[in-house]
Design a protein around this ligand. Structure first.
Ligand SMILES: Nc1ncnc2c1ncn2[C@@H]1O[C@H](COP(=O)(O)OP(=O)(O)OP(=O)(O)O)[C@@H](O)[C@H]1O
Length: 992
């Protein structure tokens, strides 16, 4: 802001200076006396006005300069005069000056009070725009002209005011300057300026100058400027005048320049004062930042500086400084207020912080509680899952685990149909025909997402595998669309590592590990078979020539070996297993299809047989695990196969459809389960329908174009999970049962020996009696189960076995130990399966109501594939023969067996009340695998089927009394009587 320049100076002083420079003085021209006269006259006038205005008795009529100064020194007269003409202009006037004599330090106090009065007066006068003086003018004297000027200006103002403010104010200043007026400039008084003030004339103030001139013109006491200059120049020589005028002008110019400089300095000082409040602001900010104490000190220092400045200003009265100070004080008050607010805010913040901390503690406690509740919830969930699994185990449900393969590469614009994977459920987005996609959720025992590792997948399977060592049968099979990851789960990828190896290897590793741990209590023998079903043919994967060899499946064999002709390789370490698996994998039929580069074209089954013997008790147990990697179902249009591949695909799909039928029958608890419709279902029969623990891994591909197959796969899997197989049972034999089995084996051996003798006897008798029967028929009748397959080892000869032994064994097997009559039947294995497993087809095969009528309705597939069926036919034909086997003569128990066989082919069943295993072993004793020894004997089993046809047939069964060897000769009669009796009974039944 440019300062308003009040360039006032005394013309007289300037002229005086110029005259001095030129060696002459105003006094020379009587200026001094005139000045003195003028000063005294003006002083008298001022004193008179003051006396008149405030009644100051201390002011003489014609005071000297000193009198005048002393009279006004306290400032009281001046303040009162000012208050008189401008009431309230000075609210505080120290009226009674302290007596400096009576009161100690009174002088100092008085000086201070004078100073206060005079300062207040000067400030007000300054604000009114009237000429002022310096405090020192009053205290030190010598400069009273300025005081006189000021008083006369007041007088002038008073008169102007009393005159009703008519006309313009002669001093030109604003008598009541607005408070927001620009701050006046602090003036540093130079000597010439002081002098000019004494004259009360300002050049910058045109009115003032005019007033001065007019006043002096009117008063006549002071010559006008014109006159003054003329008077100065009058005594000058002509040639001196230009020089004097020139120096006069240059002096005026110099004075101007000096004034300008002073004004600029004053302006700068004003700016510095203005900067003070800003510094205060920054102090406030610093205080907010916690530096309050330091800043307080700073403020105090600044306050002190300002006070000093105030004092200095007091010394050089300047309304601008006072305004600045007031402003500063105001700002200081604001700062204090702000500080208070900051303090309050800070306190508030502290309270809030405290509350916040309390809240945080409360929340953290709450959170802790929630976390523990959540972990408890998790535990409960886990517990629930376990209980659910246990319940399922008790019910014998097939467990179903679902695994989603990772996507093969990114498929832009295609959304993965798998929308959500939970621990026990998987949700799919199912596209609908109407455009709006639906959501379908499937629940399983466990669901593994694409990121699940092989180890994670195996961890849930582990307990199941371990139960094999406790004598359970376990089946794990992988199901799913082609390329969905079945082989990956079961075997691992092609170049497998320790981490990526599949369930098969891990299972065996675990088995070996556990058997090693238990070696002090149980001795385990572990052996492995590896098969595949390719184009409905069972092939051994552990031989190189297996491609040409068709193997038989014999369900419910006594030792759990369903394919006895396949290689059974004993193993003792995982590396051996790995080698075998590699061999099997190499032999497995795979080929590239459009869906999978290495598509398995067959169902593969790795079977691990475990035989355990408890070292302390001698008890034995037997468990086996089937690890089945099914061939993938495929849509032939999609897999683009032709020729042999197409044929393979058709076989695969057919066998999987058969599996679906079996699952559906089991799920609906139907009495007939069509196991025999495919080799696959035949192989899995024990696992799906027996007392095994079964787990299915269902695999799905995440690709959107596989959604159809994915949905049908998951629906199928859900159905599988509803199947209840009944609680699994361990295959454990006590030592007593074992002993009995051994006895049975020895009896069988004895029986075989007798068979031989019988054959010889028969031959000799034949030649004597010329029987009508052919030789083959007789040998067929005489054929014992053990001799039906020539590829087995003959039973061990046991000379100690007698007929009594056999009878005892039979009685023992009734468990009750009584000698109650037993039904003893000899039957081919398929008959057992038919009844045991509710296989209607097979029941029909063997049903018939008369002797010799072995029948008829026959499943084509079975008739060609099952040797047992052929056996039955033979047996049936044989049964129609009126001839009795010579065996009857030598072995009564054989007779009974024979009778049952010939009489009722559809009832052919082994009965044992001791163990279901016994009967199974009996049925299958003809199919003992190469590596196992025979341990079967004759066993009897009470019939348990409630089938109506069986009930009917039961009536036809012969009740065989215990026979002693001595009665053997009567046997034909007994037998014929028996037959007659049965026939009669049957006829009666039919008539009814
Ligand atoms: N969980 C997985 N992680 C990584 N790769 C996988 C996974 N599952 C499958 N794959 C890969 O997907 C491809 C197809 O898998 P795989 O051969 O196991 O399918 P499949 O169901 O056995 O097929 P097919 O029925 O035709 O034999 C393979 O390259 C396999 O390595």
């Amino acid at each position: 802001m440019a300062p308003e320049l009040a360039l006032s100076f005394s013309v007289v002083s300037v002229i005086e200076d110029v005259l001095q420079t030129h060696g002459s003085r105003l006094s020379d021209i009587h200026l001094a006396s005139r000045k003195a006269e003028e000063a005294s006259s003006r002083r008298n006038e001022a004193a008179g006005w003051l006396r008149k205005t405030v009644g100051g008795k201390d002011i003489p009529d014609e005071p000297t300069e000193e009198d005048f100064r002393i009279a006004l020194r306290s400032g009281i007269v001046l303040c009162n005069a000012l208050n008189k003409i401008q009431p309230g202009a000075l609210p505080k006037v120290v009226e009674v000056p302290c007596d400096s004599v009576i009161i100690p330090d009174g002088a100092a106090l008085s000086a201070y009070q004078y100073f206060e009065n005079v300062r207040n007066f000067l400030v007000t006068v300054e604000e009114m725009g009237l000429p002022t003086f310096e405090v020192s003018d009053l205290e030190q004297g010598g400069k009273s002209s300025r005081i006189v000027n000021c008083v006369l200006a007041l007088k002038c103002y008073s008169e102007w005011k009393l005159g009703g403010k008519n006309g313009s104010w002669k001093y030109g200043g604003n008598p009541k300057p607005p408070t927001n007026a620009k701050p006046p400039i602090l003036r540093k008084i130079s000597e010439p300026f002081m002098r000019s003030l004494s004259k009360g004339i300002t050049l910058g103030d045109k009115d003032g100058l005019l007033n001065y001139i007019s006043t002096n013109s009117e008063g006549g006491s002071i010559p006008s400027l014109n006159l003054l200059i003329r008077e100065i120049l009058s005594d000058k020589k002509q040639e001196e005048i230009p020089i004097v005028v020139e120096s006069l002008l240059s002096k005026v110019m110099e004075e101007f320049e000096q004034r300008l400089l002073i004004q600029q300095e004053m302006f700068k000082t004003t700016q510095d004062y203005k900067a003070l409040p800003e510094a205060e602001d920054s102090n406030v900010k610093s205080a907010c930042n916690g530096e309050e104490m330091e800043e307080d000190e700073d403020v105090e220092v600044k306050q002190k500086e300002c006070d000093d400045a105030k004092y200095n200003v007091d010394e050089e009265p300047n309304s601008q400084n006072f305004k600045q100070l007031e402003l500063f004080q105001h700002q200081n008050e604001n700062v204090q207020e702000l500080k208070m607010m900051v303090h309050q805010t800070k306190t508030g913040m502290q309270v809030l912080q405290h509350k916040y901390q309390e809240d945080m503690i409360y929340l953290s406690k709450h959170l802790h509680g929630l976390a523990s509740a959540a972990s408890g919830y998790q535990k409960i969930l886990e517990e629930n899952r376990k209980l659910y699994n246990q319940l399922q185990d008790l019910k014998g449900n097939i467990r179903v685990y679902c695994r989603v393969r990772p996507s093969k590469g990114a498929q832009p614009n295609h959304q993965c149909p798998v929308s959500n994977i939970d621990e026990g459920s998987i949700s799919l987005i199912v596209p609908s025909k109407h455009g709006k996609d639906g959501k379908k959720t499937f629940n399983f025992n466990r669901v593994f997402g694409p990121s699940s590792t092989q180890a994670e997948v195996f961890s849930d399977t582990q307990p199941l595998i371990r139960s094999v060592l406790d004598g359970f049968n376990v089946c794990i099979f992988a199901y799913g669309q082609t390329g969905s990851g079945k082989t990956h789960t079961m075997s691992g990828p092609d170049n497998y590592t320790e981490e990526t190896v599949g369930v098969n290897y891990r299972a065996l590793k675990d088995l070996f590990h556990l058997s090693e741990q238990r070696k002090d209590t149980i001795h385990y023998d572990i052996s492995v078979q590896m098969l595949e079903i390719y184009n409905e043919q069972v092939r051994d994967l552990l031989t190189t020539d297996s491609a040409n060899k068709r193997l038989e499946i014999r369900n419910s064999s006594h030792n759990g070996i369903n394919v006895p002709d396949a290689n059974l390789v004993p193993v003792s370490s995982t590396s051996e297993v790995l080698n075998l698996m590699n061999l099997g994998q190499k032999n497995r039929a795979v080929s590239a299809t459009a869906m999978n580069d290495r598509s398995s074209r067959s169902h593969s089954c790795l079977t691990v047989h475990v035989q355990g013997r408890e070292l302390a008790s001698g008890n034995s147990l037997r468990g086996c695990i089937h690890l089945v990697d099914l061939a993938g179902s495929e849509r032939v249009d999609k897999s683009e196969v032709t020729g042999d591949r197409l044929k393979e695909a058709q076989h695969i799909n057919k066998s999987l459809a058969a599996l679906g039928d079996v699952i559906a029958s089991l799920a609906q608890k139907q009495s007939h389960v069509p196991y025999r419709n495919s080799k696959l279902t035949q192989l899995l029969q024990d696992s799906l329908g027996g007392q095994a623990k079964t787990l299915m891994f269902v695999h799905v591909s995440p690709e959107p174009d596989a959604i159809g197959e994915t949905i049908s796969t998951l629906k199928f899997a859900e159905r599988v999970s509803t199947i209840e197989l009944g609680a699994a049972r361990a295959n454990k034999d006590s030592s007593e049962v074992k002993e009995l089995k051994e006895q049975i084996a020895s009896l069988k051996a004895a029986s075989a020996r007798k068979d031989g003798e019988l054959e010889q006897f028969h031959q000799s008798a034949n030649s004597i009696t010329e029987t009508p029967k052919s030789k083959s028929q007789l040998s067929s009748i005489a054929r014992s189960p053990t001799s039906s397959h020539g590829n087995r080892k003959p039973p061990r000869e046991d000379s100690s076995s007698t007929v009594e032994d056999k009878k005892r064994a039979t009685r023992k097997l009734t468990k009750r130990g009584s000698l109650e009559p037993l039904e003893i039947r000899n039957s081919p294995p398929w008959s057992y399966h038919a009844e045991e497993n509710g296989d209607e087809d097979n029941k029909e095969l063997v049903s018939g109501d008369s002797l010799g009528k072995s029948t008829k309705k026959r499943n084509d597939g079975l008739s060609t594939e099952n040797n047992h069926v052929g056996d039955c036919d033979t047996e049936s034909k044989r049964s129609s023969s009126p001839m009795l086997s010579p065996t009857f003569l030598s072995d009564p128990s054989k007779i009974c067996t024979e009778v049952a066989t010939t009489n009722d082919c559809d009832e052919l069943e082994l009965a044992t009340s001791e163990s279901s295993e016994s009967d199974k072993s009996w049925q299958s004793h003809a199919h003992v695998p190469k590596t196992t020894s025979l341990s079967n004997g004759v066993a009897a089993r009470t019939k348990k089927s409630a089938h109506p046809r069986e009930t009917k047939n039961q009536e036809n069964r012969s009740t065989i009394p215990s026979l002693s060897p001595s009665s053997s000769r009567r046997q034909p009669t007994v037998v014929s009587q028996q037959r007659k009796h049965l026939q009669a009974k049957r006829r009666t039944g039919n008539a009814k």
